[in-house]
Design a binder for this molecule. Sequence first.
Ligand SMILES: [Zn+2]
Length: 459
Amino acid sequence: MKTAVGTDTISDNGLAPNEGDSMPSVAKQLAMALLILALPAWAVKSAETPPRVNGQRIVQHLQALSEYGKNAQGGVSRVAYTAADRAGREYVMGLMREAGLAVSIDVAGNLVGPRAGTDATLKPIVIGSHIDSVPEGGNYDGDVGSLGAIEAAQTLNERGVRLRHPLQVMIFENEEGVMLGSTAIARGADAARLNSVSQSGKVVREGIKFLGGDPDRIAEARRQPGSISAYIELHIEQGAVLEQQHVQIGIVEGIVGILEREVLVEGFANHAGTTPMDQRHDAMLSAARFIEKFNLLVTSVPGRQVGTVGWIKAEPGAYNVIPGKVRLGMELRDLDANKIKALFDQSREAAEEIGRLNGTTFHFSSEDISAPALTDKSLQGLIAATAKRLDLSTKLMPSGAGHDAQEMANLGPIGMIFIPSVGGISHSPKEFSRPGDIENGANVLLGTVLSLDLAKGLR
Ligand SMILES: [Zn+2]
């Protein structure tokens, strides 16, 4: 029966609800049910926008965490294995529990906060960072990613979102020292690392015990390659690129590999007053020429590689003695291991030539190189799409600093999200990131986790 026609009484086929047979409305209901199944959990739960983190809460948590190891300079000295580190971890464990994470300390001393998914056969999506600091460090390096990850879990809880995948928030121990916690998980921590003396003064092994881990059973912390769906880490940039270019989110292409070599230049120590200039075997002069040449080589090819001579020591080290020996430390960083190798080889050849000029010789210590860790292309894409949805500008960039993510790359695909560091300052009490940027970063992390959770074919 047709009555006064209102749009809501006319179905899509132009028929009033009671006209025609009942199939269209059944089909419609079915279609609606299928649509709902296809929607992300948060969209089913509420008709609101995708979940967003509470930025103010992250900042409050950052402030509260900054009390543990607070120093007079306004920064923090929460060096791994100190009392401040342990107290800070206890505070963070409390936040993890509040966020509904079943937190525990693994045998390596990492804080592990799992959250069940709806499909236990899927591998976990892991998010997190670290809360230990360098001596006289700042309150953002590691802390932003750690508290941002906990906030993401908290937000999922408050919105009643169940992911398909298990989620794990990881707070890795001793990142600033030897990246111990993530190494133990991803590759296993060897005896040399466990027996080394940490910045706290404690032997690493003792430090792990102090945090509640069990160094004798540390091998049990190790996970198998392929055992995670992905690892995503939010971090401050620790450089000035994003700020200078007014970009809100950095999408990390990879964490650079680092080659470190100690170089010994040998000449002949002799009297600085009586030895004529043309009869010297001056190790310092050769070292100086080498440092200049190394810089020229690194800057002579296009790219974002960096090379540094960071320290130098002359022997015997007196005004009136031509140095007979000089030791210096060189390092090279890039995303491309071959480029690092090529630049080092060229530097070594240049050193031989420099040595010939004044009868000095160069010796290079054996190779100490950490391989570059590239982030996953599809995760880069998910991060970019998430940022775009949030109306945030992005830039692909390398990470010149090391992160736990580079170890996690041994277990599965990794992704990293950077937010601007004001003035590019880090590892300093002056380290700072703006509350708005922190909130943006945590929202990109959360949004990426949600997209990843829905990604097809992902185990
Ligand atoms: Zn860090």
